[in-house]
Structures are given as structure tokens and as C-alpha cells.
Design a protein around this ligand. Structure first.
Ligand code: NAD
Length: 499
């Protein structure tokens, strides 16, 4: 069986721990690899490599770092098919969806190619007589990124390219469920010219994460994953003096107004609710239909589309939806559906019990649609993270908006309407970090920034775009004066006022 290594100081490494984790193919339920789970000693080795590489790398001119990013971008492009196959094998999503995962990540690498421009500081001449002031952005130091299973290319690529382009060194700790794609990305970064020790990767679980969070030589922590873990990461890393951004889970609502084009809205809901088997942090899991007529029309339009979803292994032709990631996730989602039925929601489409011939042990399920869901049901309160859409009926727009704003999560939301006034009011008043107007999954492009509000993000800084540059750099302000030699002004004990 294939054994998956760490990447430390420019080479693959088995580390010292004898703990291993299994990696499964979700389409067949078969174990396809085992992965080393790093010990504290393995983390120490990776951090020491990152620390040793820092002085030279942070002093490397940004233009040279950018040239490496250009090469890295080209290598990812060349290897897209191979990377997509790795993602589909271990995650389960379709090959086309895996290519989208890679492309959205590659766009952040393209953004990092502009690092000379992004790091440009400000300069003011004559802030006082003969005194100039300027500000510069310098690397934070040794950074670490802890990533979830659901985007094994995009989320590591949100983090390490921009971090190292800013002059930091990095240790990636990807999900232990699908570590092969992140490992290949790190190898390709090395091939592109990232020097030894600048990018490292440790595989592992809580033991490795805790060692990173508490390590004296780690300066900044980026995290993406579920809310309970994000909250823990934020508190633990901050207590140990690190800069932290920790992105958590979500419950994304799409408000469908009575004037919306129901066909367009339902097509959008199919993609946003069932794409990647609902395992996207920006997946829409709640459709808030304004008015009973809207809800009836929506459920009637969605039902046949869900029943006709082409479900199967992600590497087969013409498949729209693959399996969910693990047996545990599969069982948990089925339990939540059972609970939704027990709580009294109307099961409009039942995805339980789907069996695919030849893939009986795969973690497949059909798309599920609930109607008449209310805010007290676990199918509404829990982040299901599976192909399950809940329709909640709101009597009017204000009720819909209040519901979105009351929710503990604040990652993404959308409104579908033809009314510019309603859309403008919604974007203004909604308490959510990323908002779509007739766009169901409003994931910002790389040169804007990604991040939620409320319990979807712990910390202040969003990922990538200028927010990412700010997170991975520290601002320094310099005030300088070059007095003419021989001029004597005498001393003063008053506060300098730059007159
Ligand atoms: P997860 O929280 O289980 O794991 C994320 C990472 O944390 C992994 O690397 C894992 O090894 C590590 N980890 C898990 N438990 C830990 C613990 N107790 N202590 C320390 N580290 C731990 O998340 P997941 O199941 O891999 O991913 C799905 C979740 O991620 C969903 O909740 C989803 O909404 C969220 N997510 C959020 C965003 C966002 O941008 N806000 C993006 C993608 C995914």
C-alpha cells in the first residue's frame, strides 16, 4: 500500500512517528493509502527547517520570489489533470469539480505573482522640515496553515503561495483525509524553485496541530475547518502569542424573492446545494422562500432536477455528484435526515438508500430536499455538509432577512430577485461576510478577500487579496532625517511635533 510522507527541508520524509492514518477512496470504500501522522518531534524538525530558511528567504527581493511564483503557476497548470485525479481519488468530487478546485487556488498563485507591487510601501517627503516618513511591509516569520478535506488544492493555495511570496517560510498541515494533492503541490513549488525549508508539509492530526499551535518559533497560524476546531485554534494559538486567522463552518441561506426567475433560482440551488455533494463551505443548505407561492414553485421545480442528478464515482464520464468523503460523514448525514423527518419537516426528495451497482461500499447518497423546515430543527441548526437542501418558508422579506441575521454563522448568503432596491437593501443590512446577488456561491476572486462573519471566522483578517497580504506581513513605519553635518539645534525635552 502507498505510504504518504511529509515534506521537510526540500525532501520527502517519513518522520519519526510510527502512527499512521488510513486514506480511503470514497467511491469504493477501499483504503488506498496510509499517511504518516506527525509527532511533536516531526513538527520540531519542520519548524527548525522553516526557521533556518527564513533570514535568506525574507531578504530575497520580491521580484525574485515573484518569478518563482510564475513558474509554480505554470507547473500547476501543466499538472492539472494529475492533481485532479488525486483529488477525485481521495475526496470523491468529480474530475471537473476537482479542476475548479485547482483553478480557484491557482488564481491566488497568479495574484502572488504581483507581490512586488503588493508590497510597495508609502513615502511622504517632508513630514517635518528635512524629515521624511515611509512605511514598509515585512514578513511575519514562520507561518503555518491547517486545512480541511473539502478543497485539497484551493485552500492550501489560499495560504502558502501568498505567505511565502511575502517573504515568510511555511509549514502546511493538510487534512489527513486527502493529503496527496497538497503533497504534490508542495513538490511542484520546490520544482519551481522555492528553496529548501521555505515550504514544508507535515501530515497529521490533533497531535501535529497542537505542536504547531504551541511552538515557540511559529509566528502565525491560518486555519480553515469546522467551527469548534476553528474556535479552539484561535484561542490556543492566540494564547501562545501567534497571529491567527481561523475560518470555520457555515450555514448559507439563499433568499428567493417572489419576483425571482424560479427556473434560474432552482438551477442555482442545484449547483450550490448538491455540487461537491454539498461539501463546500459556501454550499447553500437553506433556501428561504419568501411567500408560500414562491416556496411551492421552488419545490416543484427543484424536485425533478434533484431526482435526475447523475450520481457516481467522480472519475466516470457525465457524473454530476460523487460520494461524500467518509463512512462517518455518510452515517452522520443519514442520521440528520432521519432526525429531520422525526422533527416533522416534509421530505420532498429522499436521498437515503441509494446503492450504485459495483460501488455498494462507496459513500454515496442521493440528493435530499426538505420543505417546511423550521429554525428549531437540527436539519436547520446543524451544518449538514452533505447533499441536503432545506426549504424554509418566510412570510415576507423582513422575516427572511431576520432569519439570516439571527443565524450563528455568517459565511455566505445570496438573494435571488429582479428588484434592485431589495438587492441593495439586502447587501447593506445582511450580517454575512460574502454576499451574492443572483450569484449563489459568491466566493470572491483572488484579488478580493475570502472570509465570513460571526462564528464563521475567528480573528480579523480574511484570506487572500490585500487582507491576505496584511495577514502575512507586519507594517513598519520609519521616520528619517539626515541633518546637515555641523548644524547644532540643541536638545529639547518636549514631545517632537515635526514643525
Ligand atoms: P475539521 O475541522 O475536522 O478539520 C480541519 C483541520 O483541522 C484538519 O487539518 C484536521 O486535521 C484538523 N483538526 C481536526 N480536529 C482537530 C482538533 N480537535 N484539534 C486540532 N486540529 C484538528 O474540518 P473538515 O471536516 O476537514 O472540513 C469541513 C469543515 O470545514 C466544514 O465545517 C466546513 O464548513 C469548513 N470549511 C470552512 C471554510 C471557510 O472558508 N470558512 C472552507 C472550507 C471548509
Amino acid at each position: 500500500m502507498n505510504t504518504l510522507d511529509h515534506w521537510i527541508n526540500g525532501a520527502a520524509s517519513a518522520g519519526t512517528s510510527d502512527r499512521m492514518g488510513p486514506v480511503f477512496n470514497p467511491a469504493t470504500g477501499e483504503q488506498v493509502a496510509q499517511v504518516h501522522l506527525a509527532s511533536g518531534a516531526d513538527v520540531d524538525t519542520a519548524v527548525a527547517a522553516a526557521k533556518a530558511a527564513l533570514p535568506e528567504w525574507s531578504a530575497t527581493p520580491p521580484l525574485r520570489r515573484a518569478r518563482i511564483m510564475f513558474r509554480f503557476n505554470e507547473l500547476i497548470l501543466e499538472h492539472t489533470d494529475e492533481l485532479a485525479e488525486l483529488i477525485t481519488l481521495e475526496h470523491g468530487k468529480t474530475i471537473d469539480d476537482a479542476k475548479g478546485d485547482i483553478l480557484r487556488g491557482r488564481e491566488v498563485v497568479e495574484y502572488a505573482c504581483g507581490i512586488p507591487h503588493l508590497l510597495r510601501g508609502d513615502f511622504t517627503e517632508d513630514v517635518g522640515t528635512g524629515v521624511d516618513a515611509y512605511s514598509i511591509r515585512q514578513a511575519v516569520g514562520v507561518c503555518t496553515g491547517i486545512t480541511p478535506f473539502n478543497f485539497p488544492a484551493m485552500i492550501p493555495l489560499w495560504m502558502f503561495p501568498l505567505s511565502i511570496a511575502c517573504g515568510n517560510t511555511f509549514i502546511l498541515k493538510p487534512s489527513e483525509r486527502d493529503p496527496s494533492c497538497p503533497f504534490r503541490l508542495v513538490e511542484l513549488a520546490h520544482e519551481a524553485g522555492v528553496p529548501e525549508g521555505v515550504i514544508n508539509m507535515v501530515n497529521g492530526d490533533k497531535e501535529a496541530v497542537d505542536a504547531l499551535l504551541t511552538h515557540a518559533d511559529v509566528d502565525a497560524v491560518s486555519f480553515v475547518g469546522s467551527t469548534p476546531v476553528a474556535s479552539y485554534i484561535y484561542a490556543t494559538a492566540a494564547e501562545h502569542g501567534k497571529r491567527v486567522q481561523a475560518l470555520g463552518g457555515a450555514k448559507n441561506h439563499m433568499v428567493v424573492m417572489p419576483d425571482a426567475d424560479i427556473e434560474q433560482a432552482s438551477d442555482a440551488l442545484i449547483g450550490a446545494g448538491y455540487g461537491s455533494a454539498g461539501q463546500r463551505c459556501m454550499a447553500v443548505s437553506v433556501a428561504v422562500a419568501v411567500g408560500d407561492d414562491t416556496a411551492d414553485a421552488l419545490v416543484n421545480t427543484l424536485t425533478p432536477k434533484i431526482e435526475e442528478l447523475k450520481i457516481g464515482p467522480g472519475n466516470a464520464d457525465d457524473i454530476e455528484m460523487g460520494p461524500v468523503v467518509t463512512k462517518q460523514a455518510h452515517d452522520r448525514i443519514l442520521n440528520l435526515i432521519d432526525q429531520g423527518v422525526a422533527d416533522g419537516a416534509t421530505l420532498a426528495v429522499d436521498g437515503r438508500g441509494l446503492k450504485l451497482q459495483g460501488y455498494e461500499n462507496g459513500y454515496f447518497m442521493g440528493g435530499t430536499l426538505f420543505d417546511h423546515v423550521t429554525e428549531d430543527m437540527s436539519i436547520y441548526t446543524e451544518e449538514v455538509f452533505g447533499p441536503v437542501l432545506a426549504v424554509v418558508r418566510a412570510k415576507d422579506y423582513e422575516t427572511a432577512l431576520d432569519m439570516v441575521n439571527r443565524n450563528e454563522y455568517g459565511n455566505g448568503t445570496a438573494i435571488f430577485t429582479k428588484d434592485g432596491d431589495a438587492a441593495r437593501d439586502f447587501t447593506d443590512r445582511v450580517q454575512i461576510g460574502m454576499v451574492g446577488v443572483n450569484v449563489p456561491i459568491p466566493v470572491p476572486v483572488a484579488y478580493h478577500s475570502f472570509g465570513g462573519w460571526k462564528r464563521s471566522l475567528f480573528g480579523d483578517t480574511h484570506m487572500h487579496g490585500m487582507e491576505g497580504v496584511r495577514f502575512y506581513t507586519r507594517l513598519k513605519a520609519v521616520t528619517s532625517r539626515w541633518p546637515k553635518s555641523g548644524v547644532r539645534e540643541g536638545h529639547s525635552l518636549t514631545m517632537p511635533t515635526m514643525q
